[in-house]
Design a protein around this ligand. Sequence first.
Ligand code: AMP
Ligand code: GLY
Length: 424
Amino acid sequence: MKVLIVGSGGREHAIATSVAKSAKVEKIYCAPGNAGIGQIAECVAIGAMEFDKLVAFAKEKAIDFVIVGMDDPLVGGLVDCMEEAGIRTFGPRKNAAVLEGSKAFSKDLMLKYKIPTAAYKNFDNAEEARTYLKEEANFPIVLKADGLALGKGVLICNTLDEALAGVDEIMCDKKFGDAGNRMVVEEFMTGREVSVLSFVDGKTIRIMTSAQDHKRAQDGDQGLNTGGMGTFSPSPFYTEEVDEFCKKYIYQATVDAMAAEGRPFKGVIFFGLMLTSNGPRVLEYNARFGDPEAQVVLPRMKNDIIEVMEACVDGTLDQIDLQFEDNAAVCVVLASDGYPVAYEKGFVIEGLDKFDAAEGYYCFHAGTKQSDKGIVTNGGRVLGVTAKGSNLKEARANAYAATEWVSFDNKYMRNDIGKAIDEA
Ligand code: AMP
Ligand code: GLY
């Protein structure tokens, strides 16, 4: 098979690494890709939102299977465009990707189908939102821009003043663009967060092993929200009891709800869960693998990823026995100092070859590019250093040891990824 992967981050590098292991695959292309992906795939300089060019490229190269990794092209309808051109594609169609593309939609879905989540109210008018906040809200309260906002459209407001400023930011100043045309105001919940990824074929759902992300920039979960500074898998907090609850009230219920709405979901549903004292609640849905969750989940998957993805497209996922290794993995993101605000890039990265022969170690590229000086930094999140171990403690020690193998001028990382496991 010839496979085209759409995206350019650490997630797509992890997907490409799994695809490269498939016996069915002869050639991998990635648009636009990055320097690391370029070592196992042929990168093509087409942006993830250039749908016409992507379809034309897929036809020209007679691509057999397309995998869309990123949220923007999924929400924009790239899968529909590929399918119209007769190209088999893994990922939800536009009418299903709305599960991630509109938080107001997903909240209404959960309410209608009684899927446990935080209480909420949707607004498309700033004045009505202000009145509600003044007259009815309890604090802290959570404001969410409805649409995609690079994971940054969520504001936790401790006071009315903060919340009113938040309404201005989201709905009036349009800090997150059109994503702020609508806004969800949501009850604040407390608890531990877990990410659960799943494969879905429209009717059947197969749950992957659990993971946990560290979203804040600094140690101790301080500082600004980022795309994710590191992950570990499995989460020791995802107990059998939690799993049972989610299987009963959340996972299949979500798939059935989407089908009942005439929006059958095929692809990956990412359940962002909060384990509250009243049981698990859905914080958010994503319509794709997490980044950097994919970097710890996929290396532990035993199945041929192409077989699983084809089963999702074909509606035969019920015949797949999804299996994960009985071990653990930790991913530490090496970022450019200053991320997520301002940072320099273009620094040469040394030591990448140390991963070549290291079994159980991976260096997933997020923001890198090939230059005449060698591979250089090209983004806020630069690399995701992942290591496996027989348990989380060992995986964490291995991952941190491997972060020392690579160097670049403004290298920054958190030093406490997976530290929560010490408390489990
Ligand atoms: P989201 O993009 O919806 O995952 O939100 C980003 C982060 O904001 C989550 O990972 C949580 O840490 C936090 N968050 C979102 N919704 C809530 C909520 N209702 N209560 C508390 N924290 C929340
Ligand atoms: N790591 C969180 C996400 O991919 O949305």
